[in-house]
Design a protein around this ligand. Structure first.
Ligand SMILES: *Cc1c(COP(=O)(O)O)cnc(C)c1O
Length: 391
């Protein structure tokens, strides 16, 4: 066997042995909540489509219309083939919603983070990052070639101590955190982080992929915390139901990002149809605040019946400890008609494998209740005692 294939096979065997191998399962989403998998209709609790806008008639229509008029792909980078006016419209709408001077869109949230951070921070600088921050914030941090120092999850004292110790030895400093944490659903203490950032002349950056559209009246986690965050990054791919990423910031910062972020300059622009869909989605969020409040309300109803702590976002983790327990729980729920994915390391730390449930606006209350009863009676029993205490 070729050494390349030998390497791949050995790695895969290793993953298999530790129950960490991932497999793609053919699944089609037939509505905002129902999926078809292996001939069965399942109610999905694993899409980040919080407002079910992937299937919203106005959002789909906007994308179809743009596709007909402007074609499928963008053709090249915005600086090469020209800037599509739909992108400027989308950026203006994002900035308005987030109350910043300007915004810049990217091909995805991941591309946003790996573009933004190295454009602002470089060798000799310092990045402080919440230990549970999303993989693409870490990727951006590593690409910056600065000193990267994790701080304990949500621990502002630890952050303060690290800055006191390290700040003077570095040039610029960035504090990076999720706004809503993707695997735990908790909200970062953005107000306290902002105060510390100010005290140490560091720049606060929040990744609000799971905040936009669902918390803070649809405007995101810094509106829950009622604080200004100078670098607000997020995605168009979750509550907005489309695809792409963004940064909302001051006019000067956005102009610098457009000039220096390599994932803006050297990557093809967002397809016009995605920009049109995102604009239509923002319209729904701005005009229907009651609708945007539904996912969190359903998550709270679920947690109350299941006997779990009250969630701060529509993401509810059910900690099960070992990967095997999480896989077993997922299979059990699938037999009952629910699609709930098992989340395993390295996505989450060792020993914290879990089910991660995401609640969306259109989940029927009756089904939410049935799922909660199942979790209370049959799923929590799969976790070792110490794991259940931790939640
Ligand atoms: C999903 C996610 C991203 C990546 O966004 P994409 O648009 O899917 O690339 C970034 N950050 C967080 C916290 C996420 O959950």
């Amino acid at each position: 066997m070729h050494s390349l294939d030998e390497f791949a096979t050995a790695k895969l065997d290793e993953l298999e042995r530790s129950s960490l191998r991932r497999r793609l399962v053919d699944t089609t989403r037939v509505t905002g909540i129902w999926v078809l998998r292996e001939g069965r209709r399942l109610l999905s609790f694993c899409c980040n489509d919080y407002l079910n806008l992937t299937h919203h008639p106005a959002v789909k229509e906007a994308a179809i219309e743009a596709l007909r008029r402007y074609g499928v792909g963008a053709g090249a980078s915005r600086f090469v083939s020209g800037n599509h006016p739909l992108l400027s419209e989308l950026e203006a709408r994002l900035a308005r919603l987030k109350e910043t001077e300007a915004a810049c869109v990217f091909g995805s949230g991941y591309l946003a983070n790996v573009g933004i951070i190295p454009a602002l921070i470089g060798p000799g600088d310092l990045i402080l990052i919440d230990e549970l921050a999303h993989a693409c914030l870490w990727a951006g941090a590593r690409l910056a070639r600065a000193a990267v120092m994790p701080f304990r999850h949500g621990d502002v004292r630890h952050l303060d101590a690290l800055l006191t110790d390290l700040r003077q030895r570095h040039g610029r400093a960035l504090i990076a955190t999720d706004g809503v944490f993707s695997m735990d659903g908790d909200i970062a203490p953005l107000r306290a982080l902002g105060a510390i950032a100010q005290r140490h002349d560091a720049w606060l950056m929040s990744d609000d992929a799971h905040g936009l559209g669902v918390v803070g009246g649809g405007r995101g986690s810094n509106f829950v915390e009622q604080t200004k965050v100078p670098l607000q990054m997020g995605t168009l791919s979750k509550a907005l139901g489309a695809y792409g990423g963004y940064l909302c910031a001051s006019a000067a910062v956005v102009e610098l990002i457009r000039n220096r972020a390599r994932t803006v300059i050297y990557s093809t622009g967002l397809p016009p149809a995605m920009a049109a869909a995102a604009v239509a989605a923002l319209e729904v969020i701005e005009s229907e605040p009651d609708y945007a409040a539904l996912p969190l309300a359903k998550a709270k109803a679920f947690a109350s019946i299941a006997g779990l702590p009250e969630p701060a976002s529509p993401i509810v983790p059910v900690l099960l400890g070992e990967p095997e327990a999480a896989l077993k729980a997922s299979t059990l729920l699938q037999e009952e008609g629910f699609l709930v994915v098992a989340i395993r390391p390295p996505t989450v730390p060792m020993g914290t494998a879990r089910l991660r449930l995401t609640f969306t606006a259109q989940h029927p209350n009756r089904e939410v209740e049935r799922l909660a009863e199942l979790v209370r009676k049959r799923i929590l029993a799969l976790a070792p005692a110490n794991t259940t205490e931790a939640q």
